[in-house]
Write a protein that binds this ligand. Sequence first.
Ligand SMILES: [Mn+2]
Length: 339
Amino acid sequence: MKSKVTNRNSPTAAGFSDRIAEITRVLASSRRVLVASHEDPDGDAVGSQLAFASYLRHLGKEVFLVCANAIPEKYLFLPGAKDIPHAESLGEGFAVDTAVVLDCPVVDRTGTAARFLDSGVRIVNVDHHQDNSEFGEVAWVNTGASSVGEMVFEFFQQVGYPVSAETAWQLYTAILTDTGRFRFSSTTRRTMEIAGLLIEAGADPQKICDKVYYAKPSSTMKLEGMVLSSVEFHDNDRICFITMTREMLTQSGAHESEGEGLADFAMHGRDVRAGALLKEINDGRTKVSLRSRDSIDVAALAATLGGGGHGNASGCTMLMPLAQARQELLRLIREVVRG
Ligand SMILES: [Mn+2]
């Protein structure tokens, strides 16, 4: 029987244990399980995938990890991250009976891994995005969670799965990165408690933070310098745009994934209410990462452009070249900032 279970409130809300029971019920009758997350993986995607895979292995499942495209180098220190295969490397005949899809509001966010998620596959959807479409046989959505890493931790506690040191590193990284180093409004007392429990279980906060944020290759720093020098302010410094062009990637020798996290620089300004990183894509499109403060909702703005995300951090792809996208985005973002 197909059932949807959703928890859009706190991790400790009534019914939480029912959701966990639904997931364990599906997993109990599964044999070959794929663990997938979104394309352009971030720390939450990689950390949660690795942690959940370890639990499934512990259950004796045949477990397959997959990523749609390259995992950023800064996450390769995580135990197991180097061994996550690309979707392309799993052959044509590859099939699973069940898939755990983490941190994805819609199935398509799995990118090239979506081809393994046809109608015959039972999907367990674990996510914290507001705009989750509740796809799958079980959809556990908790928009109150800082990260899927936090949800996975709660899941492990509920089912009595002890967190190993390796898993602690993975989940700590997921939470650290998805909270912007415990800075975003999604950071709760429980988030900090979980971080503390993960440290107790063996996660090293200094080493993890250094690996993720302070171990950049020179190409990344060169790219960052170029992107920062593109900074432009509008409307009395209330709107800030930064830009990443193909030329900058070529000149710095950086891969596109090295620009992850750069969007946050748009919000470093004292008076900035909303900001964006505009990334030029080869085929005349422009990828946009949006950021905002307080009640300014950039998720709604991204949604009007075919994207999505969280209220203060969202993204979309605009079907126009950079210069045109910048103009159009400025017009739209002004409406949001002026309210
Ligand atoms: Mn996440």
